[in-house]
Design a protein around this ligand. Structure first.
Ligand code: NAI
Length: 305
């Protein structure tokens, strides 16, 4: 079986460099018509130029594929609408949306300005919100969509000096977890990748040994799978880099019930802290309701006992 995207239209934000460029080239090489969006600014997200998006469009066309460029910033509702509209104008619809555009302004939390915090949240989180919302109704109408959000190990596990970036990246997981429910039974899947790749954004953090192994193409392979028609899995967070692929989960431990007659003292909680924090029997939940219902079943079982 060969996964292809003939007849499919893909919008990829921030596709003028790094990972987005690689995703665009791969999907186009397998038949997708692609909107290559890129503001063309610096790693911090400042400035702008058409050259990054144009170069990727030329590469796709030279290889026999179909692509158009879009230079709007993802950071406004109007920008999100214009990016999606450029897919409608050129190709008539949007089947695949890869929210990939990203910037990075690092500083310790103590020194980070609110402006720099918001400048990163605006691209990673709100950029994904604006583009996804602009594409969402069309996907509902056609009962088909493949959406990939780009989260990060920094958001999932933390990273020094990355408070703005980490907050925005983990928020994408929350957005995915809701959209996976709202898109369910309507042909729309929503997944996250947590990539590792040597790009202009990450190169300073790379070492000589692993840096050359972390080519963006390894990440694009799994992004392409998540965008495939026959891949109906939704709500997954997939870590990918240099040939390594794994699922990252949000799990809840088995927990303890300490009685319902009166709230426990902090001391009583301290005495059971090891059990409360034990993840050895942790399990995932499909939605908030399932998690809460599971805990309440345990509480009610305790009352009966
Ligand atoms: P990159 O800097 O090579 O590419 C990011 C692209 O986004 C650039 O071309 C930039 O012009 C574009 N962009 C920035 N602000 C934009 C805006 N407002 N509107 C439209 N385009 C905009 O960096 P890379 O590494 O390819 O990053 C791609 C995504 O992967 C980002 O979301 C990043 O946070 C994420 N990521 C990357 C990791 C890595 O190891 N390279 C690790 C974890 C996450």
């Amino acid at each position: 079986m060969t996964i292809r995207y003939d007849g499919r239209v893909a919008v990829i934000t921030g596709a003028g460099n790094g990972l987005g460029r690689s995703h665009a080239l791969l999907l186009a090489s397998r038949g997708a018509k692609v909107v290559v969006n890129d503001l063309g600014g610096s790693v911090e997200g400042r400035g702008g130029s058409h050259s990054a998006a144009d170069a990727v469009v030329r590469e796709i066309q030279a290889a026999g594929g179909e692509a158009v460029a879009n230079y709007d910033s993802v950071t406004t509702p109007e920008g999100g609408k214009a990016i999606i509209q450029s897919a409608y104008d050129a190709f008539g619809k949007v089947d695949i949306l890869i929210n990939n555009a990203g910037n990075n302004i690092q500083n310790s939390f103590r020194k980070m300005s609110v402006a720099d915090f918001l400048a990163v949240v605006d691209v990673h989180l709100m950029g994904a919100v604006y583009c996804t919302q602009a594409a969402w109704q069309g996907m509902l109408d056609q009962q088909y969509g493949r959406i990939v959000m780009t989260t990060s190990a920094a958001g999932l596990f933390g990273g020094h000096g990355l408070g703005n970036y980490a907050a925005a990246k983990i928020a994408l997981v929350g957005l995915m977890n809701t959209l996976k429910l709202e898109g369910r039974n309507r042909g729309i899947t929503v997944n996250c990748i947590a990539p590792m790749a040597t790009t202009r954004m990450s190169q300073e953090a790379m070492d000589d040994k692993t840096g050359p192994l972390l080519q963006p193409e390894f990440v694009s392979a799994v992004v392409a799978l998540l965008c495939a028609e026959d891949h109906t899995g939704s709500g997954d967070i997939i870590s990918a880099g240099a040939g390594y692929y794994s699922k990252i989960g949000i799990l809840e431990g088995a927990g303890v019930c300490l009685g319902t007659e009166q709230a426990p003292t902090p001391d009583a909680l301290a005495a059971r802290w090891g059990e409360i924090c034990d993840l050895s029997q942790a399990q995932p939940f499909d939605d908030a309701f399932s998690s809460v219902a599971h805990s309440m079943r345990k509480v009610l079982r305790g009352l009966k006992g």
